[in-house]
Design a protein around this ligand. Sequence first.
Ligand code: CP
Length: 306
Amino acid sequence: MKNRSLVSIDDFSSEEITEVLDMAADFEKKPVRKLLEGKVIATLFFEPSTRTRLSFESAINRLGGKVVGFSDVSSSSVTKGETLHDTIRMVCSYSDLIVMRHPIEGSARYASEIASVPVVNAGDGANQHPTQTMLDLYSIRKTQGKLENLNIFMVGDLKYGRTVHSLMMAMSRWNATFNFISPEELRMPEEFKLYLDNLGLKYYEHTDFTDIISRADIIYMTRVQKERFSDPIEYEKVKNVYVLKNSMLANTKPNMRILHPLPRVNEINTDVDANPKAYYFEQALNGVFTRQAILCTLLGINIRED
Ligand code: CP
């Protein structure tokens, strides 16, 4: 798989995803190895990030690699007018792989077409976030013991939330049933529902989930993506539409788990954090192991030789 990029979760087959998850489980057992010694990874973050950037950098450091890049676009020559094309051309000369987050949908695919090294999409606008999906799949498989035939509730901003778009595409391979819970303004976009229609998969749309919460295997909460709204008044209308509270979890399945890509604002009350069904902080930790696996996979590094 050398010199392949990861731009969309659909760039990997189901078998390849399973291999990444298995490799991540190996890294969870032993995260410190010298597999990336001599490799330089560029992390280009044109948008803010805590978890994605730091978990990639932690993953690289634990594997003995080096990181170059920027976390604030104002410190790069983009502010002087340099194009994405020229930035990518240059960074390929300095690195073995590029991890990029960018506000424009399609920017990661564009970068991958220019680059002579693998490009990893760390989020392109409201489109996709495939490495988040890998850690979400890892978290789901770890907590449920399987990926098949699960009832997945996605709650909140399904319009602009790139993590739910990628996760929905991925989980569709394992015969998931989807419940999409959002305000009218933030419904799952038609293109993604069409994706499920074409596969013959079931999905249900709701504006409330209190009466059906007992059916969920996974509740995937999301933040309303303030930065994607052109009108702040529209954001104010929907920003507090769902707040998950501990009292709402009484009749949920024993093995149900609550995921959230984080950061959270106030869509999960802090009284949920101590509930054993809250899994979002462990989920974020799983990002280190899955990103170690993604890096090794794209760089053609066989971890069995370690
Ligand atoms: N989940 C996620 O992408 O978090 P960050 O924006 O902090 O990277």
